[in-house]
Design a protein around this ligand. Structure first.
Ligand code: GLN
Length: 243
């Protein structure tokens, strides 16, 4: 078995070590003897969805998002939309998550028209939403996901999509409706940066299972020794639960 990962804009969108999520996806495949190849696709490079089984987009500030608007125009937008409609799993974080939506009006009034692949929009607020946070995950009942958020954008979901889960501590999509992230087709959009997957190995394996099942029709991932990952998770979960 083999998985081909596309890391979109790896040199532009990589806040708080978001690339660690790609390393985590790769390593958890290798530990199970599954081959993995990751390719970066950046500004000016074509994105051919048929070459990939899983896509990752990291976070970026308003500045980087604005820089990418020109590159996203035209073909790349159509190809990303086609990939999503074809069921290719996408993990998109913060600024990368926002870019899959319709639009983003920054806190200082700039209007960015984004890909519009997923039914939501984002509006900047003067107050940033920063900190460790925790949310449920509708795909993994009973699991609490721990993460770190830092955004001024408030995201509001449309009627045709579901949130990834419900905020237990922190802000999530907008600090108002208790939703966190988005689920549409096999898109997992979240505000959780950096060590999302290393600290939440169940979520990593779930995304890998979705990708492998789409490619091979079935997938039963071998269990791994997650004691270190679970220690990190439990430490943050109990810290947040004490707040
Ligand atoms: N620029 C976006 C915001 O502040 C995303 C920031 C990020 O990716 N951390 O809302």
């Amino acid at each position: 078995m083999e998985l081909r990962i596309c890391h979109l804009y790896p040199d532009v969108l990589n806040l708080y070590g978001d690339r660690g999520n790609v390393i985590c996806l790769e390593q958890r495949l290798r530990w199970r003897g599954i081959s993995v190849e990751t390719s970066g696709v950046s500004i000016g490079q074509p994105f051919c969805p048929e070459n990939y089984d899983l896509c990752f987009i990291g976070g970026g500030q308003d500045f980087e998002q604005e820089v990418l608007l020109a590159d996203l125009k035209g073909e790349k937008t159509q190809q990303i939309k086609a990939a999503i409609e074809d069921g290719i799993p996408f993990l998109a974080i913060c600024g990368g998550y926002q870019m899959l939506g319709q639009s983003y009006k920054t806190w200082d009034g700039h209007q960015f028209d984004f890909i519009g692949a997923v039914d939501f929009y984002t509006v900047g607020s003067a107050q940033r939403m920063i900190g460790n946070y925790m949310f449920t995950c509708e795909d993994l009942p009973g699991t609490k996901i721990v993460g770190f958020e830092n955004h001024s954008g408030k995201t509001y979901l449309g009627p045709s999509v579901k949130p990834m889960g419900k905020v237990l501590k922190g802000y999530g999509n907008n600090g108002e409706d208790k939703t966190e992230g988005v689920r549409y087709q096999n898109v997992f959009g979240t505000y959780s940066h950096g060590c999302l997957l290393p600290k939440n190995p169940q979520l990593c394996d779930y995304i890998l299972t979705v990708a492998l099942t789409r490619k091979y029709g079935q997938c039963q991932l071998q269990p791994l020794d997650d004691s270190l990952e679970n220690n990190a998770h439990h430490y943050m979960q109990s810290r947040l639960e004490r707040q």
